[in-house]
Design a binder for this molecule. Structure first.
Ligand code: R5P
Length: 302
């Protein structure tokens, strides 16, 4: 089927993300339309897209709880192409499967590469926020798509921290967080430091505090993601033992699996702030305007 090139680009979304879609569409003055989704009794899903699509289509799907959503993207992207979409952009504020970037043991799937290639086969452009890239330098290495834009939640989280805490000390719970800590700290000239972490299991981490004085400081732990919450919980426990006046947490992605929030609160963490990349009651910062800016950049070149 031929698309209608006269139509403005459209943002397609799923019902569970209608609030994020509204914020992004409003910030970018885009049309939006819902993808209808039906689940059959046996668990299979059926999607229905608008039957008239413009040349340029954007699909919003944040990829927490990713397994079923990856099948949705497979179905939605192919259907959009069949309906004539010439240029497809994925907005995945949270990009899943980025942490398994090597085979730690023989025979392990390198999920980052496999999922990255899968998405690159479906989309022309991808926009995401703070993807967990550790051993690769650019998103395009993991997700070889023509146009890949990486945004960060760190600047807006830094603004929030500056508004809520006096002379905070930013602490990264592990070496990988150094990039986000540096970005956030430079924006407001915060003091900062980074811990060292050894992971012994899904819920078992050892942390060594940085060599700096935390006594009496309002500490904010900043990271890309909290999943089980044990990383920030362990760091908070040590910081409070070392004399920190308070410990709060700011993360881009509130994955918060199972009892993660309780684990964090039980460790003495005061407040937990996150961006709206994943919808959660801790959301304190909206990425809509930032995402809209990236969309404008892509639409200008598509
Ligand atoms: C990994 O290095 C990430 O930046 C996070 O520190 C990690 O994923 C947090 O996981 P969890 O909350 O399960 O300890």
């Amino acid at each position: 089927m031929k698309s209608n090139p006269l139509l403005k680009p459209v943002l397609l979304f799923f019902e569970d993300e209608h609030e994020s879609a509204t914020r992004i569409a409003d910030a970018s003055s885009m049309e939006r339309a819902k993808i209808e989704r039906h689940r059959f009794p046996d668990g299979e899903i059926k999607l229905r897209l608008p039957d008239t699509l413009p040349d340029r289509v954007v699909i919003l799907r944040t990829l927490n709880d990713p397994n079923e959503k990856l099948v949705e993207l497979l179905l939605a992207a192919h259907t959009a192409r069949g309906l004539g979409a010439r240029h497809l952009t994925l907005v995945a504020p949270y990009l899943a499967y980025m942490r398994q970037d090597i085979a730690f043991h023989p025979g392990e799937a390198i999920s980052q590469r496999i999922v990255g290639q899968f998405l690159a086969g479906l989309f022309d452009a991808v926009i995401t926020v703070d993807p967990h890239l550790h051993r690769v330098a650019t998103l395009q290495e993991a997700l070889p798509v023509a146009n890949a834009i990486v945004l960060s939640g760190a600047p807006l989280l830094a603004d929030l921290i500056a508004a809520r805490r006096q002379q905070p000390l930013l602490v990264g719970p592990d070496e990988e967080s150094a990039q986000w800590i540096a970005l956030a700290a430079s924006r407001h000239d915060f003091d900062y430091a980074v811990c060292r972490k050894v992971r012994n299991g899904d819920r078992a981490v050892d942390i060594a505090l940085p060599d700096c004085t935390v006594t009496g400081r309002q500490v904010v732990l900043l990271d890309d993601v909290a999943s089980t919450g044990h990383t920030v919980a362990r760091a908070a426990h040590l910081l409070l033992d070392a004399g920190a006046a308070s410990v709060d947490v700011a993360v881009t992605h509130a994955l918060f699996a199972g009892d993660a929030l309780q684990v964090m609160l039980d460790a003495g963490i005061g407040e937990v702030w996150s961006t709206d990349c994943i919808t959660h009651s801790s959301n304190a910062v909206s990425m809509a305007t930032t995402l809209a800016g990236a969309l404008a950049q892509i639409q200008a070149t598509a």
